[in-house]
Write a protein that binds this ligand. Structure first.
Ligand code: NAD
Length: 471
């Protein structure tokens, strides 16, 4: 059983002085697999203090020093790949395959893009008579979720290092193993004392952190309701905030699309990580006359998405992370049935064949309409909504008919038609014909998917201010 009882401050592991214990439960067996001791307010103070002391020194560091720090950190993380994968399997039920192919490679690719970004940024320029310089914003509070825990930590902490900012990280209390191993990599990379600090805990610790006046910017990835609380807590001090929130991303199939390629890829980008991805393509929009054919192809594609024990290397789909997640997904599925959506596969309750564990069968509804909850609310589970539309304009309007705007996809045999549709989608990214992700491009949302951008040089820019020196 893993026991997380030390926080990281001033380049040292210190015993947590808080008394509140959080239990970690296996999503497979529902038995306890670990525990985490929440930091006290004094621990949080010590971490902020350490970051605050480090700020002047690291703000003055050279680009070469920042590159050396990030390169050392990357090597120390890569060494820990198998340990990180093992912790994700145990604590959040991530299949080994997802851990090895996505959960670790993605942040490493992002670190490479952040290192490249150091050299892409215009750190100084002359505009008419002014010298315009980019300067670090100050001490960063980084608050991250559990679904791609290492990726979200790296996107923030590596960006802050590149910008010249120290960080206090409060990682998710649901997936502490990835954060612990990340901090062990920080320790091995021999960074300056106070550059990266970490505290353990949940909402209370997060509140202490974001409301402290020594924090200059809060970079948060998580849910909308928590983001609203953070905005309320930081409003008084007018602190900078960057928010990466949820999504309800649409994959828009145009009537000339290659369905052989489109349907399996959309199913994959919905079901991956058991649908627990902010960019999950959870709505498939199809021309009405193609819906029956699309539905048949989905049935065939689902054959690849068998549920199983995440530790088994052949498992593609594991359980969802915890009981809270299971109950919430279950409520969404029941609401879709009640609203009259047609169930094609899966359904509410524990998946057949499992006596315990938070296993949700991959679930697909069709004939989903725009007023149904399934079109409007993020499920954050393996649930796909197939929605018919009539004509390109209607399809694009349907794609935009949510309060979110994180990601989307377009499938068409015509590059210009696909590009035209992409330009009309109100989302921070659009993927054409299943293109691979590009960690050097900006990532973030429109609407209630948040504000701010990260990844590559944008992870650095998130923590920079402009200064104009008139001469
Ligand atoms: P969450 O909002 O419940 O928690 C996120 C983090 O905030 C955790 O570390 C949590 O301890 C902390 N927190 C909770 N209450 C707080 C408070 N009052 N003050 C400060 N911190 C507080 O989200 P989650 O369940 O961990 O993650 C799932 C959500 O994250 C989904 O909505 C998903 O779409 C979103 N997400 C977004 C992105 C993105 O990049 N846009 C990526 C991954 C996940």
């Amino acid at each position: 059983m893993n026991s997380y009882r030390h926080f990281y401050v001033d380049n040292q592991w210190q015993p947590v002085t808080g008394t509140s214990l959080i239990k970690l439960v296996s999503p497979v067996t529902e038995q306890q697999v670990g525990e985490l001791l929440s930091c006290s307010k004094a621990d949080v103070d010590a971490a902020i203090d350490s970051a605050h002391r480090c700020f002047p020194r690291w703000a003055a560091s050279s680009i070469e020093q920042r590159e050396r720090a990030l390169t050392a950190l990357r090597a120390a993380i890569a060494k820990r790949t198998e340990q990180i994968v093992a912790s994700l399997v145990t604590e959040v039920g991530v299949p080994v395959w997802v851990g090895r192919s996505m959960q670790v490679p993605m942040p490493l690719a992002n670190l490479d893009a952040i290192i490249e970004g150091l050299h892409q940024l215009k750190w100084e320029e002359t505009i008419r008579t002014s010298r315009v310089v980019r300067e670090p914003v100050g001490v960063v509070a980084a608050i991250t979720p559990w679904n791609y825990p290492l990726h979200q930590i790296v996107a923030k902490v590596a960006g802050a290092i590149g910008a010249g900012c120290p960080t206090v990280l409060k990682a998710s209390e649901v997936a502490p193993g990835a954060a612990q191993l990340f901090m062990e990599a920080v320790a091995e990379a021999d960074l300056p004392p106070g550059l990266v600090n970490m505290v353990w805990g949940g909402a209370e610790v997060g509140e202490w952190l974001v409301s402290d006046p020594r924090i200059d910017i809060v970079s948060f990835t998580g849910s909308g309701p928590v983001a609203s609380r953070i905005l309320a807590s930081t409003a008084g001090s007018l602190k900078r905030t960057a928010l990466e929130l949820g999504g309800k991303s649409a994959a828009l199939i145009l009537d000339d699309a290659n369905l052989d390629a489109a349907v399996p890829m959309i199913v994959r980008r919905c079901m991956n990580n058991s649908g627990q991805a902010c960019v999950a393509q959870s709505r498939l929009l199809t021309p009405r006359h193609l819906q029956d054919e699309v539905v048949q192809r989905i049935t065939a594609a689902l054959a690849e998405w068998k549920l199983g024990d995440p530790i088994d290397e052949s498992t593609r789909l594991g359980p969802v992370a915890n009981a809270r997640q299971f109950d919430s997904i279950d409520r969404h599925i029941r609401a879709a049935v009640d609203a009259g959506a047609t169930l094609l596969a899966g359904g509410a309750g524990r998946a057949p064949g499992f006596e315990r564990g938070y296993f949700v069968a991959p679930t697909v509804f069709y004939d989903v309409t725009r007023t149904m909850q399934l079109n409007c609310e993020e499920v954050f589970g393996p649930v796909l909504a197939v929605m018919p539309y009539d004509g390109d304009d209607d399809g694009i309007e349907l794609a935009n008919a949510t309060r979110y705007g994180l990601s989307g996809a377009v499938w068409s045999a015509s590059e210009s038609r696909a590009m035209n549709a992409a330009r009309r989608m109100r989302t921070g990214q659009v993927i054409l014909n299943g293109a691979p992700p590009n960690p050097a491009s900006p990532f973030g949302g429109f609407g209630q998917s948040g504000f701010g951008r990260e990844n590559g040089r944008f992870s650095i820019e998130a923590f920079l201010e402009y200064k104009s020196i008139q001469q």
